[in-house]
Design a protein around this ligand. Structure first.
Ligand code: SF4
Length: 343
């Protein structure tokens, strides 16, 4: 069976191809074609002999995903991609154009075991983790489709990335390496609903990427309702892990807070959130709150917040000297916005 090249680290790939290629410079040329020049087929490796290309074709495959559906928003140009894996599973990634900066929101699992009440991905039973190659290939396929380079990556698609931490660690190494994707650490954001040990591990590994803590609630009862399988860590543990991350990496920490009408969007909730931030020493220019107005989803019995509640919530945080941003829904007309990635 052919091996999927993108699943290898560069170190492993060098070992594996040594049996057919002796010269190091030749191996480096191949690596350049894969990661820097982003060739989608072996025939594009024009400085490699035809015989060697045929040999590579016999042993390896460069792509394993197929784009089976592509929908583009007429409102903001967002593109929602449906990918099919080799074992005929389906998942999503979203291209987000914004002010000349191309970002992608990518998936880390097929399905998601966290089952957030406000998210369609959480309604899809977890089938498996995506491999290192499958995670990276989402970016390569989208670049190839839009004919432009991607400069920002959000791990906010289907799945909780920290459950797939081994592969995510390999992916981050590849994204940050100048010999591979060469994307700046400040342009990569990973979200987690609060897997405390994994957040600490990411802090200790010190990739320096941005962390988005999906808090979404100010008390445990509220949180359990919105995030049923939330790893069992308390809000206190999660905010402490966030502070640890901030101290170790000096990167930006965003606290993600979905506003759901009548559940967590009252002025009292906003004051409580401000207190939690202050009491956990997170009143810091590198800590932002992202307010995400809930995007209604068919079959989900939750309502979008009223505009007045959103503004009030925001103003209370601002009065408490907290940097706050209201996240605009992208691609809402093609179900590509936050929480809408499902079948
Ligand atoms: S919001 Fe994230 S963690 Fe929650 S169900 Fe959706 S994909 Fe999973």
């Amino acid at each position: 069976m052919k091996k999927y090249i993108l699943d290898f680290t560069i170190v492993k790939f060098k070992v594996v191809v040594k049996s057919i290629i002796k010269e190091d410079y030749r191996i480096n040329q191949i690596i350049e074609w894969i990661y820097t020049k982003k060739a989608a087929t072996f025939d594009e490796f024009t400085n490699i002999s035809k015989e060697l290309r045929e040999e590579l074709k016999k042993r390896f495959t460069l792509r394993s995903l197929k784009i089976v559906k592509k929908e583009q928003s007429i409102i903001d140009g967002t593109i929602r991609y449906t990918f099919q894996t080799i074992d005929k599973k389906y998942f999503f990634a979203v291209f987000l154009p914004a002010n000349g900066k191309n970002s992608v929101c990518i998936s880390s699992q097929i399905g998601c075991p966290v089952s957030c009440a406000f998210c369609l991905s959480g309604k899809v039973k977890l089938t498996r983790n995506l491999t290192k190659g499958e995670i990276l290939e989402q970016i390569l396929q989208i670049e190839n489709d839009i004919k432009e380079r991607i400069s920002g990556v959000l791990f906010m698609g289907m799945g909780e990335p920290t459950i797939n931490l081994n592969n995510i660690t390999l992916v981050l190494t590849s994204l940050l390496s100048n010999k591979e994707f060469g994307i700046g650490k400040r342009h990569i954001t990973l979200s987690s609903v609060g897997n405390v040990p994994a957040i600490k591990k990411l802090a200790d590994d010190n990739f320096g990427i941005r962390l988005a803590l999906s808090l979404h609630a100010v008390n445990e009862k509220q949180r359990k309702k919105l995030i049923p399988n939330n790893f069992g860590f308390s809000i206190e543990d999660i905010l402490n892990a966030g502070r640890y991350y901030l101290k170790k990496t000096k990167s930006r920490l965003t606290i993600e807070y979905i506003l759901v009408n009548g559940i967590n969007d009252s002025p009292a909730d906003a004051h409580k959130l401000a207190r939690l931030i202050r009491n956990h020493e997170l009143l810091n220019p590198n800590v932002w709150v992202n307010l995400i107005p809930f995007n209604p989803i068919d079959g989900v019995d939750l309502q979008a917040p009223k505009e007045a509640s959103i503004q009030k919530f925001k103003n209370i945080l601002k009065l408490n000297v907290i940097i706050v941003n209201i996240r605009q829904a992208k691609g809402a007309d093609i179900s590509a916005a936050c929480g809408q990635l499902g079948y």
